[in-house]
Write a protein that binds this ligand. Structure first.
Ligand code: PHE
Length: 451
């Protein structure tokens, strides 16, 4: 097999991993959850969880990858054969997510193209979004385009493709986000929304809020699907692992925070303080926001910039998903990058078609009220991810022991500042919480009880 490629620098690694973490989850899902679960309260809980749990799990995954130099399946297998199944489960997650993530990526490209050609008012019509996704060839075409762009970048490899693209796109994304957030805050009535978004109210703290924040954290940080293991395997031993994780975390949480700042006050201002406008869920970004853009001065320009940045965010995440799948097949079958890329692209296209058509021609397929795309999302995020994360914790905490990974963290300069916290969380706190998350999301979906 050819020598494993590497990220050429620590900043390259941090930006690529942040590129994976920062995605639709930050820009579309986080603001909507924050709006629904008490604004400032959700924000505070999320921040606390990010620096404790998020940190611990991300450190564990990156250290696993760097220590073994392998992607998920190989990493678990090489340390203990009995736990290969965790690697296999982790590998299934991106194979499920990548196709439908690219379907949504296609929607984003479509919106960008409509905005840049001056179509802001058209997108604000009530049934614009539903009639678009209800089509057959149009959503398929945009899906294909998004997938093709992703595949070309992954084909170029780690250093020339992924690292280069991330180094340019991530800083641009930050700047664009800040510009829109500042503009949104200048709108009449935005301050009320700002207060709701940043002020915690202790009376809002509930188990539900904590579980929602926790679920969002895993998704947002791209944990429990082998991505960080794969990226860790490309990381050099001279680069400090602990501080890299802190930086990725800061990036991911920072962008999520800014996304809320872009969206919540603007929607508040638009709806005259009516919070129900924020409860649009999946429709928030594609249905409510276009109305907000259509109603504001320079809305066409701001909307164009907005969808461009969402596109960047979605693209860098899709790249990480595809790269992870490619590296799994390469490790397993010793394929060259090119063949693996072609195979994965074709496979994912086929797998994505039902998700793309699930709102139109295949609309009759539904399971517990969910469309094909929602089912994929549910199975991967609410079922498989907590299971993988749970076994990862058990594996690290009790089989290979936290010390094995702590030693990997210390390779660079002998230090691991948060080692004690890492040990306690990975062995005890995280497994308990993960069982709760899994139980609650399954029970919720099955309608056994609603929390
Ligand atoms: N972390 C990404 C986000 O916040 C989502 C993602 C999930 C990316 C799975 C890669 C893999 O949108």
């Amino acid at each position: 097999m050819s020598k494993r490629s590497n990220f050429s620098s620590k900043i390259g690694f941090v930006l690529a991993a942040s590129g994976s973490a920062v995605g639709l989850g930050n820009i579309w899902r986080f603001p909507y959850l924050a709006a629904r679960y008490g604004g400032g309260t959700f924000l505070l809980i999320y921040l606390i969880l990010a620096v404790t749990f998020g940190f611990t799990l991300m450190t564990a995954e990156i250290a696993l990858g760097r220590k073994t130099g392998l992607s998920a399946i190989g990493a678990f297998k090489s340390l203990d054969k009995r736990y290969s199944f965790v690697g296999v489960l982790a590998a299934i997650v991106p194979i499920i997510i990548f196709p439908y993530y690219s379907v949504i990526g296609g929607w984003v490209v479509k919106y960008f193209s409509v905005f840049i050609t001056g179509g802001v008012n058209a997108t604000a019509a009530d049934d614009y979004f539903t009639s678009f996704i209800g089509g057959t060839f149009e959503p398929l075409g945009w899906f294909l385009l998004f997938m093709a762009v992703t595949a070309v970048i992954v084909l170029c490899g780690v250093e020339k493709g992924i690292e280069k693209v991330s180094k340019i796109m991530m800083p641009v994304l930050v700047v664009l986000t800040i510009i829109i957030a500042i503009y949104g805050l200048t709108l009449d009535g935005a301050m009320e929304g700002l207060a709701y978004y940043v002020k915690p109210h202790m009376s809002d703290v509930s188990v539900k809020t904590i579980l929602a924040a926790m679920g969002q954290l895993f998704y947002s940080m791209s944990l429990a699907m082998g991505i960080m293991i794969t990226y860790g395997s490309y990381m050099k031993k001279e680069d400090n692992l602990e501080s890299s994780v802190r930086q990725i975390e800061l990036f991911d949480t920072g962008i999520a925070f800014l996304a809320g700042l872009m969206i919540i006050p603007a929607v508040f201002a638009f709806s005259g303080g009516d919070r129900s406008a924020l409860n649009a869920g999946p429709g928030l970004m594609f249905m409510t926001l276009p109305k907000v853009f259509a109603s504001m001065k320079f809305g066409g320009v701001i909307g164009t910039i907005f969808f461009l940045l969402v596109f960047f965010a979605a693209l860098t995440s899709a790249i990480s998903l595809m790269e992870t799948i490619v590296s799994i097949f390469r490790d397993k079958f010793h394929w060259g990058r090119r063949n693996a890329c072609i195979f994965v692209a074709v496979l994912s296209l086929i797998l994505g078609i039902p998700s793309s058509l699930g709102f139109g021609p295949l609309g009759f397929i539904s399971w517990m009220g969910m469309s094909v795309l929602d089912i994929m999302d549910f199975v991967s995020n609410s079922v498989l991810m907590p299971i993988v994360a749970f076994f990862t914790c058990i594996f690290v905490g009790f089989i290979i022991k936290p010390k094995t990974l702590a030693d990997e963290v210390k390779v660079t300069d002998g230090k691991f500042k948060a080692e004690k916290m890492f040990n306690v969380i990975i062995k005890w706190v995280a497994p308990i919480f993960l069982v709760l998350i899994l139980g609650s999301s399954v029970a919720n979906a099955l309608g056994i009880f609603k929390i």
